[in-house]
Design a protein around this ligand. Structure first.
Ligand code: IMP
Ligand code: MG
Length: 178
């Protein structure tokens, strides 16, 4: 499918699932090296990162744990700046090596809130892996350790990303048609 219609907007195919997988392979290669003989806890940020988390952890070659946390900040096609924690962590991360899995880092508001929340639980390290990164929109100083794909400021859907609730199940990533 080249064009998809979601609610009132049309979206054009932008990044194929094949390219997504190749980009994930590249960051997992680094993660595999950095975490040899460690047992990290991957924390996927719901809802957007469910497919990215699933594909990334399948490619990780050592033993690991997987958990999820849920944050929400978007309404329609804009970040509201008001980040809400909808579901907390149900695993003890004290003295553990944590790798956050994000679908997309945009302004960085979600990431900042997440870091503050997780640091309170005293993990021994926290790194961040994101499928997509919007460097022009990013307003924070927190370094992002593993970026699979850098994109512009356009609104994207598919492969976990939604437009007002729909589009997460699309296997490719689509870009809004202006
Ligand atoms: P931030 O807090 O502004 O960095 O936004 C992060 C969250 O907003 C992401 O985890 C997504 O859930 C959502 N988001 C940001 N950009 C997009 C987009 O282009 N499409 C869909 N959701 C997005
Ligand atoms: Mg998200």
């Amino acid at each position: 499918m080249e064009i998809v219609q979601l609610h009132d907007k049309a979206f054009k195919k932008f990044i194929s699932n094949n390219d997504i997988q190749l980009s994930i392979d590249k960051i997992v290669e680094k993660i595999n090296v950095d975490y040899t003989n460690k047992r990290p806890i991957f924390i996927g940020v719901l809802n957007g990162s469910f497919l990215f988390s699933a594909d990334l952890v399948k490619k990780f070659s050592s033993s690991c744990e997987v958990a999820f946390i849920q944050f929400s900040s978007y309404s329609g096609t804009k970040s509201t700046g008001n980040v809400k924690e909808l579901m907390g962590l149900n695993v003890d991360i004290k003295n553990r090596d944590v790798i956050i899995l994000e679908d997309i880092v945009d302004t960085g508001n979600t990431l900042e809130k997440l870091m503050i929340t997780l640091k309170k639980h005293a993990p021994s390290s926290i790194k961040i892996a994101t499928l997509l990164f919007k460097p022009k929109a990013y307003k924070k100083k927190i370094p992002i350790d593993y970026v699979a794909i850098e994109v512009g400021n356009e609104f994207l859907v598919g492969y976990g990303l939604d437009y007002d609730g729909i589009g997460r199940n699309l296997e490719h990533i689509y870009k809004i048609e202006e």
